[in-house]
Design a binder for this molecule. Structure first.
Ligand code: FAD
Length: 240
């Protein structure tokens, strides 16, 4: 089902990412980690699109449910369709959204969790992290890979949660900047920071290759398959 919603606030989060607050008439119903879809007719919007008919792209709600508003953090690709459409919106514009759905949601808030993400793959992790610090009873490790410090999304939120929650440990890894912290592929740092790897649930989201590499590495390290949760489409995207 689709419905209309109004953009009530826009904030430039990083050089390429804008955050949108989008308000609807009714409360949004979803589990933290799930995504809506942005839908539009490209011809009407004056946007070039490869497909005939409406463009439909998934974007993840980064706030917790319980209100009439969701926040979306959307990275602009210059050659993109929906990301360009959204970056050209203004406050008070109306957009069409689809019902929220998706597989990347917390399975159990009493077990230890490890979040592994890169880039905009952080968008489902942020609401799951917010939910876990409210409800969870175990340890949280959060590994986040980005190119440079200025590209790190939600850094203020993550650092504040890190300071407030002794059970949270955060590792940023940068692939395109020399700094004092870890560098290179984020998934390669997991085994440096965690000893009892197979006793935890892993949630991973990001570029498909990172998700597939993370799953393979965890498998090699003896973590059972069912301890690793992802959106589920990434293997197919890498094989293509
Ligand atoms: C479950 C799910 C949740 C998602 N949540 C978010 C979210 O919260 N925030 C967010 O920003 N995105 C999210 N995405 C990605 C989003 O749905 C779009 O794929 C993305 O915005 C690009 O769409 P587009 O229409 O602009 O580009 P498209 O029209 O799909 O692609 C056109 C061109 O844009 C460029 N391009 C598009 N995507 C990429 C890429 N990943 N890397 C490099 N170049 C690219 C390429 O040149 C490509 O040929 C999510 C995707 C999924 C599957």
């Amino acid at each position: 089902m689709s419905f209309e919603a109004t953009i009530t606030s826009i904030h430039q989060m990083t050089p390429e990412v804008k955050q949108f607050v989008v308000r609807a008439d009714e409360e949004f119903e979803y589990e933290p980690g799930q995504h809506t879809t942005v839908q539009f007719d490209p011809e009407e919007a004056g946007i070039d699109a490869e497909e005939d008919g409406d463009v439909v792209r998934p974007y993840t709600a980064t706030n917790l449910p319980g209100t009439n508003a969701i926040t979306l953090a959307i990275k602009r690709y210059d050659e993109g369709t929906a990301s360009v459409y959204m970056h050209e919106r203004d406050t008070d514009d109306t957009i069409t959204l689809g019902d929220l759905s998706g597989n990347l949601t917390l399975r159990d808030t009493d077990e230890d969790v490890v979040f592994v993400s890169t880039g905009t793959g952080i968008t489902p992790i942020i609401p799951m992290l917010r939910q876990y610090v409210e409800e969870g009873t175990g340890e949280i490790h959060f590994f986040y890979g980005e190119k440079t410090q200025e590209n790190i999304m939600y850094r203020e939120t993550i650092d504040a949660l890190d300071a407030q929650n002794e059970n949270l440990s955060v590792v940023y890894s940068l692939s395109d900047e020399d700094w004092d912290g870890p560098t290179g592929h984020v998934q390669e740092h997991i085994e440096e920071y965690i000893e009892d790897l197979d006793d935890r649930r892993y949630y991973t989201c990001g570029v498909p290759q990172m998700v597939v590499d993370t799953k393979e590495r965890l498998d090699e390290l003896g973590v059972p398959d069912d301890h690793v949760v992802s959106e589920g489409w990434e293997d197919g995207a890498v094989e293509d």
